[in-house]
Design a protein. Structure first.
Length: 278
């Protein structure tokens, strides 16, 4: 079966996009699914969040986009988490300039991933907080839809109209089936009226596209990346850990996939072992 490919996107920064990409990937991988996380952001926060030093990355998303090497040869794997990573580095920032003159430059990632689609159950693409060429590549590679994190704060929907316009253009010009898989409300604090009002506003705008699970503000979620660990390993019983486990289950259920009970791993970091599941 071909992998479900989701892009996590929001051109507004600081909304929990990378946190959601990392922790959904980690939970599904620990539950036995074959999962690949693709870091499309030159800031390489997803890469760092999994314990990989971004300035030491020799090969990754950049090489995949420019066609320097097949994706299968670029993957890192953490055997303890059963998680695969296509890492990023600051070099990726140059890809937008280098690809400007390329034919079908917005399809580079989609085509690079095609040879390994049948080797994974899920592929999550962490897009940069912009609507440039890198994000466009992520959107067009997301054959299963978009996951949009929105923080439960004032002006949560500000700027999303541009993303919706981009989505409409992609549907009209290239990929008519591209859709929103779900909207994740992050940084939720149920003690405030503002947060509750934002949830109502987002649900009135996106309807049943909004996931039921609310991701709370959590000190543990904020700490985990500095330790190079997903929340499922760093603090699985924290409020953030429980919330992302619930979100992962909700995603699986919506996809018609079995959702096993949570079985947190013991830790460890992504290693330089380069292999893909056969």
């Amino acid at each position: 079966m071909s992998a479900r490919v989701y892009a996590l996107v929001n051109q507004k920064g600081g909304v929990g996009k990378t946190t959601t990409a990392v922790n959904l990937s980690a939970y599904l991988a620990q539950w036995g699914y074959r999962v690949l996380l693709v870091d499309m952001d030159p800031q390489a926060n997803a890469t760092s969040s999994l314990g990989v030093e971004k300035f030491h990355v020799q090969q990754g998303t950049y090489q995949a986009l420019i066609g320097a090497a097949p994706v299968a040869s670029l993957l890192l794997r953490n055997p303890k988490w059963n998680l695969y990573l296509l890492p990023s580095s600051p070099h990726l920032a140059g890809a937008e300039v280098e690809l400007v003159g390329e034919i079908a430059r917005e399809m580079k990632l989609r085509r690079a991933l095609e040879p390994i689609l049948d080797r994974f159950d899920y592929i999550f693409i962490d897009c940069p907080p912009s609507l440039g060429l890198l994000t466009l590549n992520g959107l067009l590679a997301a054959r299963s839809g978009l996951i949009i994190p929105i923080q439960a704060e004032y002006l949560a929907l500000e700027g999303l109209s541009l993303l919706m316009q981009t989505l409409r253009r992609i549907r009209e010009a290239v990929e008519p089936n591209l859709d929103i898989r779900g909207v994740v409300i992050t940084m939720y604090d149920g003690r405030t009226r503002l947060a509750q009002e934002v949830v109502q506003e987002v649900r009135s705008y996106f309807g049943d596209k909004v996931f039921r699970t609310l991701i709370p503000r959590s000190v543990r979620l904020a700490e985990a990346p500095s330790h190079g660990l997903p929340i499922s390993v760093y603090a699985p019983h924290s409020s953030g850990g429980r919330a992302y486990a619930m979100l992962a289950r909700e995603l699986l259920e919506g996809d018609g996939m079995p959702a096993p009970p949570v079985q947190p791993g013991r830790g460890g970091r992504v290693t330089q072992k380069r292999e893909v599941p056969s």
